[in-house]
Design a protein around this ligand. Structure first.
Ligand SMILES: *Cc1c(COP(=O)(O)O)cnc(C)c1O
Length: 368
């Protein structure tokens, strides 16, 4: 199997042996019968492992061109398992334009347990290398960044890290393996909130890491079991179901985003559009006050006002008060995350309905 869509449909999805069921069943069990004490068929308790975890892991590893994958209860569960590879005193360098929950995990949880963090402008790869210290054990790259959608040169960051044996993690949630394969660019770990594009239908929360090193995967799997950040069998089954259409969906997300970008760029009320050139996410600012901007977001009809992204339905959000509310105002200002910024997650609807929706909302809001 070589093609992305072939792998998406078939990897980890072989028919079930017992009955021939084409769609593998949900192993909705917490525990497994043992033939003798500690003699198992490879499974003992679902916090540690379950066939639905493994099927999803096989598919994710195939799509990211990696050897191993480990699935978690959420994207932040996956991030916690990565931090769990470190110990008190270790130092982490991360891009400053991060998912708000990741920033909160680092600063309000990691710091409490003796980790220290530096946040740099990830748009310039050399900023990571410049900030390394002897205690640096991990580099965290989120690209394209959230919500400003800047792109980091993964290869350059990983080259600098490899020389010093520093682990590199790329949060690949926004690009997905359809557009970007961090392991091929030299990263040690590709991380996902599978809640977003991988699941793709806004009906399940999950996370995953993909890597090439079996020992590293074992360490992450230990974290899942020891910290209790395992997903449920049903959630993995749903994610496996969603993942099959990832390639088809990403094409339409991108087509819709490109249509909205060209519409916005021509619109007289647009101040700034952030779009990395690929994918389904757009951020924009308008020649409107913050109050008017919030009114604009609330008056959209096809775009639903909600946190999250990557589902088949279009969503819009106000990062300053929603996804990034946990980032202090001064820190938001430092990053260039304005209170007037609007983030669009373009779904897979007809593109003309998305542009018409934004167009009529803009028409209904007066001049600032
Ligand atoms: C949503 C998100 C996360 C966190 O994932 P959850 O599944 O919500 O825990 C991490 N990184 C990025 C880029 C995200 O969008």
């Amino acid at each position: 199997m070589k093609g992305f869509n072939t792998k998406a449909v078939h990897a980890g999805q072989e028919p079930e042996k017992l009955t021939g069921a084409v769609i593998p069943p949900i192993y909705q069990t917490s525990t497994y019968a043992q033939q003798a004490p500690a003699k198992t068929k490879g499974y003992d308790y679902t916090r540690a492992n379950n066939p639905n975890f493994e099927r999803l892991e096989t598919a994710l590893a195939a799509l990211e061109e990696g050897k191993c994958a480990v699935v978690f209860s959420s994207g932040l569960g996956a991030a916690l398992a990565v931090l769990n590879l470190l110990k008190a005193g270790d130092h982490v360098v991360a891009g400053h334009d991060l998912y708000g929950g990741t920033y909160r995990l680092f600063t309000q949880w990691g710091m409490k347990f003796g980790l220290s963090f530096d946040f740099v402008d990830g748009a310039q790869a050399q900023n990571f290398a410049k900030t390394l210290r002897p205690a640096t054990k991990l580099i965290w790259v989120e690209t394209p960044t959230n919500p400003l959608l800047a792109v980091t040169d993964i290869k350059a960051v990983c080259r600098a890290a490899r020389l010093k044996k520093i682990l590199t993690v790329v949060d690949n949630t926004f690009a997905t393996p359809y557009f970007q394969k961090p392991l091929e660019l030299g990263a040690d770990i590709s991380l996902h909130s599978t809640t977003k594009y991988i699941g793709g239908h806004s009906d399940v929360v999950g996370g995953a890491v993909i890597c090439n090193d079996k020992k590293l995967a074992e360490g992450l799997r230990f974290g899942r079991m020891a910290l209790g950040i395992n997903p449920s069998p049903f959630d993995c089954w749903l994610t496996s179901r969603g993942l099959k259409t990832l390639g088809l969906r990403m094409e339409q997300h991108q087509k819709n985003a490109r249509a909205l970008v060209s519409f916005l760029k021509k619109h007289p009320k647009t101040k700034k559009v952030c779009y990395p050139g690929f994918g389904g996410m757009i951020s924009a600012e308008f020649k409107l006050s913050v109050v008017q901007t919030k009114k604009l977001i609330s008056s959209l009809k096809v775009f639903t006002l909600a946190e999250s992204l990557g589902g088949v339905e279009s969503l819009v959000c106000h990062p300053a008060t929603m996804t990034h509310a946990s980032v202090p105002p001064a820190e938001r200002a430092r990053r260039g995350l304005s209170d007037a910024l609007v983030r669009f997650s373009c779904g897979i609807e007809a593109p003309e309905d998305l542009t018409a929706d934004v167009g009529s909302a803009l028409d209904s809001i007066g001049q600032p």
